[in-house]
Design a protein around this ligand. Sequence first.
Ligand code: HSE
Length: 442
Amino acid sequence: MANATMKPLQVGLLGIGTVGLGTWTVLRRNEEEITRRAGRPIRITWIADMAQARAREVTRGAEINLTADAKAVLAHPDIDIVVELIGGIEPARSFILQAITNGKHVVTANKALLARHGNEIFAAAHAKGVMVAFEGAVAGGIPIIKALREGLTANRIEWIAGIINGTSNFILSEMRAKGASFDAVLEEAQARGYAEADPTFDIQGIDAAHKLTIMSAIAFGVPMQFDKAYTEGIAQLTQADIRYAEELGYRIKLLGITRRTASGIELRVHPTLIPAKRLIANVEGVMNAVLVKGDAVGPTMYYGAGAGAEPTASAVIADLVDVTRMHTADPEHRVPHLAFQPDQLSDLAVLPIGEVATSYYLRMRVLDRPGVLADITRILADRDISIDAMSQKEPPEGEDQTDIIMLTHRTIEKFVVDAIAKIEALSTVRDKVVRIRLEELN
Ligand code: HSE
């Protein structure tokens, strides 16, 4: 095989934890096929990891240079590509910036870092003429960056809606299927190793917001704006709402939604009712799915493992192959980092959550008396909020309180917030109104 005899592209791996080890394993296992695709061998020749004993153990028998000093790898003249799989902000950010300064291409799966400091990193890479590839940062093994940046390049992308956090999807799936409580399922997710080191990132929607920020930037040609993303997690969801949603033909998922509107970009992560018959509503457990609506292609959906050693390694190695194929090309012939040419980014603002248009599920605990419903519907009508469906439960035997559930048509969030404040002030309304956003995704 002629290409296998070419000088290998040399990779310095920073971090041989879960994804690092997956990358090491898959790159070696599929070496021959990867070489046939890339045009020359890709070889990890240096690994930097603080846990030296473990690094030695997992690479035993291989010809490899191990060090605890990442800077030695960043500065090594033989290294062509630095793969950053440490995660977190520092020292990952400084290492990547140093690699770029040293003229190395970078592959990273670090979603938090790109969402928060991507603008700085891409500007540095552009100035230096090196590539920063990040397929593994969003939805693990699903090639969604490739799809958005290249496959859908003809389209004006209208919106993206994704289940992009496996831990929270696992929790919601188990709560619905087994009637289990939030706390019990979270414990199981942690025991199975799905959750981030800090699980609040998963359950508060922060991890999903990191991934959504990256997809939004590529879809609409805007800078990364994580600080403007709205995030609401799943910890408040109850069995009652999961059941009521089901009775009305909906499932509750933690969705990341980004949409282009005439007045700005929506960038939001929150629990969302979606029709149970939609394909994406049936994505269960730790799996991820991303639905993308393009004006020409219509809706397309991407499904697969959103985390894990080998699925994420699959994305990291795809980036390594891309970089290998393109590293001798002129920078202007490469795919731009954020899909649009760097001088063509738009400054379309991210809309505050109060200006977002969506539908709502409202659950109200009320006294079962004449006129209660009339008072509530009057408050909604006064704010132009139109009711799409309604259900009232029989009060349990001997009780005088019951639940009213309403689904609204699309409206502006600030009007709903105002209506809820007025409804909660009624003496016949006995508890906080539960409000969950609803998207038909059609
Ligand atoms: N904690 C993440 C998840 C891992 O649950 O999806 C992948 O980013």
